[in-house]
Design a binder for this molecule. Structure first.
Ligand code: SF4
Ligand code: SF4
Length: 463
């Protein structure tokens, strides 16, 4: 008797995993090596960069620091202020476009190799395997009744997880509060309320996400897994099983008409999300390539060419030739073009960035004033924005009208990151050969930092 339709749907649409924890079998191979290379690289950068110092104008500070209290972001020699928000927007656009490009080319490659969720899950599972044993030992331990041995192992594992999570929280907050000061205040129980909150939040977040939730985050919480499909096309390479070559699968390799898949199930055992790639493209697949490593080893053992599971496009799997004259997918060309454009604009914006921004505003009250000895005065307000990380003394010079001079002081100081409004009066002697509105130029420069200088155009009104 056939199953009712609703039951069939329920079986296919499993919205969350009802079964227990996944204990994936460890596997070696090039994709596993690549995953660990990315884990090492990202973690050396993450745990290490906050300890780097940077000397600037005789003062050593943390090289990478989001100083929210003082509204500035230090990135080695670069100091960004809220006025540089455009750069942040460019960086976000570049990151999003790069993700789209990689997805169009090779599916969820970011998820399988560089996503923090994958990276920290790999680290936590490594700890688990060191303390509890391989996947079978872990499965056996989970199913065994509670004992002193089991309690000691589990306690040890959660203790190490907690230490990693706590250090991750400290490191993360160390990018917002100088890490050396943060550690000293943790030792003295002197962290502020926000620091305490974020330290606890990130530690608990890491512990739950990487230790307890693991692949469920990729499957049920990550929105990217749900909309990645719109970036795929028939040319997108994903981890895929070559059904034409593998089917009909058969344990007896040399049976007449058998495909290359011997139905050993190793590709399923190594999968961190517990799926069977032979069922086709699934949103749970994070493209980690571990099933490729596993299957390649099986193929080596049975003396069959590797690549039964491989990165392959839908078109390639269907055995269709690549359309002639089409070197790139259209969406790849669009994403790559956008990426190049945004990267170019970001680099140009950084190269053109001055440590001093100036606005010149003419006095709206009076166009000009004539002094008792016949000289002409015009008034302005200069807004000096000091984007350097030190207080700077600025010299102002004017040119454009013969004998034009500044009345009073021409030097002003401005604090780091501040905007200073400077009222300024310019004077030109009477009897000028010129008349009417004359273009003039302000040149402003810091006495101690040649990178902080600006030129602004304005006008001087003569009778
Ligand atoms: S590892 Fe390869 S041979 Fe074994 S079941 Fe998976 S696809 Fe088939
Ligand atoms: S099916 Fe293969 S590539 Fe996809 S998550 Fe599982 S092991 Fe990784």
């Amino acid at each position: 008797m056939s199953k009712p339709v609703s039951k069939v749907r329920e079986a296919k649409l499993e919205l969350y995993r009802k079964s227990g924890k996944i204990h994936a079998k460890a596997v070696g191979g090039k994709f596993n090596n690549l995953r660990w290379a990315v884990v090492w690289l990202t973690q050396i950068i993450f745990y290490g960069a906050c300890w780097l110092g940077w000397e600037s104008q005789g003062v050593t500070r943390q090289a990478v620091l989001f100083d929210i209290a003082h509204e500035k972001f230090y990135l080695f020699g670069l100091v960004l202020w809220p006025q540089d928000a455009l750069l942040l927007a460019f960086v976000l656009i570049i990151a999003a476009t790069a993700l789209f490009l990689v997805t169009a080319l090779a599916g969820r490659l970011f998820c399988g190799f560089a996503c923090p969720q994958t990276v920290y899950t790999s680290i936590f599972v490594w700890v688990e395997a060191k303390l509890e044993g391989d996947h079978l030992a872990r499965l056996k331990l989970d199913q065994s009744p509670m004992s002193w041995r089991k309690a000691a192992i589990k306690l040890g594992k959660h203790g190490v997880w907690f230490l990693i999570a706590a250090w991750t929280g400290i490191t993360f907050v160390g990018y917002f509060t100088p890490i050396r000061e943060l550690l000293a205040s943790i030792v003295d129980f002197g962290t502020g309320p926000w620091e305490t909150f974020w330290l606890g939040f990130y530690a608990v977040f890491t512990y739950i996400q990487a230790g307890l939730a693991r692949e469920s985050v990729c499957q049920h919480m990550c929105p990217y897994s749900r909309f990645q499909g719109v970036m795929f096309d028939p040319e997108t390479a994903n981890v895929a099983y070559d059904g034409q070559r593998g089917e009909p699968r058969n344990l007896r390799r040399h049976a007449a008409g058998a495909g290359d898949c011997i139905d050993c199930g190793v590709c399923v055992q190594v999968c961190p999300t517990g799926i069977d790639i032979r069922d086709g493209l699934q949103y749970q697949c994070i493209n980690c390539g571990l099933c490729i490593d596993a299957c390649d080893q099986v193929m080596d053992k049975i003396g069959t060419p590797r690549g039964l599971i491989r990165f392959a496009s839908e078109r390639e799997l269907a055995g269709q030739p690549k359309p002639s004259g089409k070197r790139f997918q259209r969406r790849v060309a669009v994403y790559a073009g956008l990426l190049l454009l945004c990267t170019g604009m970001t680099l140009w914006t950084v190269s053109q960035r001055s440590l001093l921004m100036v606005d010149v505003l003419r006095d709206r009250g009076a166009l000009l004033r004539e002094t008792s000895d016949g000289a002409i005065e015009n008034s302005y307000t200069l807004k000096l924005m000091n984007l350097d990380e030190m207080t700077q003394e600025f010299q102002i010079e004017v040119s454009g009208v013969p004998g034009l001079q500044i009345v009073g002081s021409s030097r002003f100081s401005a604090d780091p990151g501040s905007i200073r409004a400077v009222p300024l009066t310019l004077l030109a002697q009477g009897g000028q050969p010129l008349s009417g509105i004359q273009p003039i130029q302000f040149k402003i420069f810091a006495l101690n930092n040649p990178a902080a200088q600006a030129q602004e155009k304005s006008s001087f009104v003569l009778p």
